[in-house]
Design a protein around this ligand. Structure first.
Ligand code: ZN
Length: 79
């Protein structure tokens, strides 16, 4: 998929959400860490979009497929 703003190819990834964990973009093959911190998300190559609000243990994956253009800071999410 190409970025709707700049036309460059977007990278595949996924958007992950958990009520207590917040909203995050993750690269392929990565998942939310069991103990959530912003640096833990970034260490996995992800972006903390909102939260985490609380530290918490995760029991399910809770992700959606997504494409990202880091130049334009755009994410397109499949649902
Ligand atoms: Zn772009």
């Amino acid at each position: 998929m190409n970025c709707p703003v700049c036309g460059k190819e977007m990278k595949v990834g996924k958007v992950a959400y958990q009520p207590s964990a917040g909203l995050h973009f993750l690269p392929p093959g990565e998942r939310l860490p069991h103990v959530l911190t912003k640096s833990g998300i970034e260490k996995r190559g992800g972006i903390a979009l909102d939260g985490p609000n609380n530290l918490g243990l995760l029991e399910s994956d809770g992700t959606l497929p997504a494409h990202i253009c880091r130049s334009c800071r755009k994410i397109v999410i499949d649902y």
